[in-house]
Design a protein around this ligand. Structure first.
Ligand code: SF4
Length: 323
């Protein structure tokens, strides 16, 4: 269960990719909050800006990417203004990360014990080597891996276990927010379910928040409390996960939901979403979804809809149909 207290406040976040002759605005001034103890999901097609947002929140954006505007507030401090020393304390202590490819995230020629202890010793030098090893062993227990395997190398673990090790590293300093970018995408569905269940259990027990990114809307609805749906660098709907499933309001959210087969019930012909997302270097006027939207009206092709709050539904959406 999550509280109403806001942990991280993202305002007008803008990220560009700068080329020699053009600039692509990958994230166009988006606003959202992540609350304490909440799993907040970012959904959308590939290239919609989900991972770009995650990298910006973690201050991991690298050229040609550039965070060109906005604020990311944690406890009132703007993460985007942190200097090097503050950034070191921020990463892992306050916000940590689990990315898709566990094999690439772990160094293949170093035992995992050293990799976990490295994070602990760097940020909590007072613990010393013995304390760091004890903590690493506790973390293995926490994610269900026998601590006798602490000194094994990454290749000696299965894909699911490697991802659990990455989760253990992310939990090492008890951060308040873990950013998970496609954490289970490379795993088979059974292992994927095990890992998600474990994250849910750990989240309930330890009380951290999660920013969860995946293209799998079904998995996201199951795991997240609230979901923000992104299209072409903008948030088009933010709503409780259940509402995204049962009462999606934005035509893009509905189309996204219709692209996934239901697990039960009669066989259906899947509709998919016709067309492709627009080129970020030459965007259509008005609503960015208009060229693919079955409900597009004249106003949609000239005026960009703003994300409006619908307090009675605890949701926000950006669509002229809803005005
Ligand atoms: Fe469709 Fe218009 Fe709504 Fe955009 S604003 S999603 S084009 S109805």
């Amino acid at each position: 269960m999550y509280s109403d207290r806001v942990l991280m406040q993202v305002r007008n976040l803008t990220v560009d990719y700068v080329g020699d002759h053009s600039v692509a605005r990958a994230v166009n001034g988006i606003d959202f909050d992540i609350r304490e103890g909440e799993a907040f999901g970012l959904a959308g097609e590939s290239g919609c800006g989900k991972s770009t947002v995650a990298f910006a929140l973690a201050r991991l954006t690298r050229l040609p990417g550039l965070v060109s505007g906005g604020e990311v507030r944690l406890n009132g401090e703007d993460v985007l203004k942190f200097d090097k020393a503050r950034l070191k304390a921020y990463r892992w202590n306050e916000v940590s990360f689990v990315f898709q490819s566990a094999m690439n995230a772990l160094n293949p020629v170093i035992p995992v014990s050293e990799q976990i202890m490295d994070v602990i010793e760097t940020h909590q030098p007072d613990l010393g080597a013995e304390g760091a090893r004890k903590r690493a062993s506790e973390l293995f227990d926490l994610v269900g891996i026998p601590s006798r395997r602490l000194d094994d190398y990454p290749h000696q673990f299965s894909g699911g276990m490697r991802q659990r090790i990455c989760i253990a590293i992310a939990l090492a300093l008890q951060p308040r927010l873990i950013i998970m970018d496609e954490p289970t995408t490379a795993l088979d569905v059974v292992v994927q379910r095990d890992i998600i269940e474990q994250i849910v259990e750990l989240k309930g027990r330890l009380g951290f928040s999660v920013l969860f990114i995946t293209h799998d809307l079904g998995l996201m609805i199951e795991f997240c409390d609230r979901i923000g749906v992104m299209y072409s660098g903008e948030l088009v709907e933010v709503a409780p996960a259940e509402a995204i499933l049962t009462n999606p309001r934005h035509p893009y959210t509905r189309a996204l939901g219709n692209s996934f087969p239901p697990l039960i019930g009669p066989r259906l012909r899947m509709e998919g979403i016709p067309g492709t997302p627009p080129d970020l270097r030459s965007l259509p006027e008005g609503c960015r979804f208009a060229p693919r939207c079955p409900h597009a009206m004249d106003v949609c092709r000239s005026v960009a809809p703003e994300l409006r709050a619908y307090p009675e539904l605890r949701s926000e959406a950006a669509c002229h149909l809803l005005n």
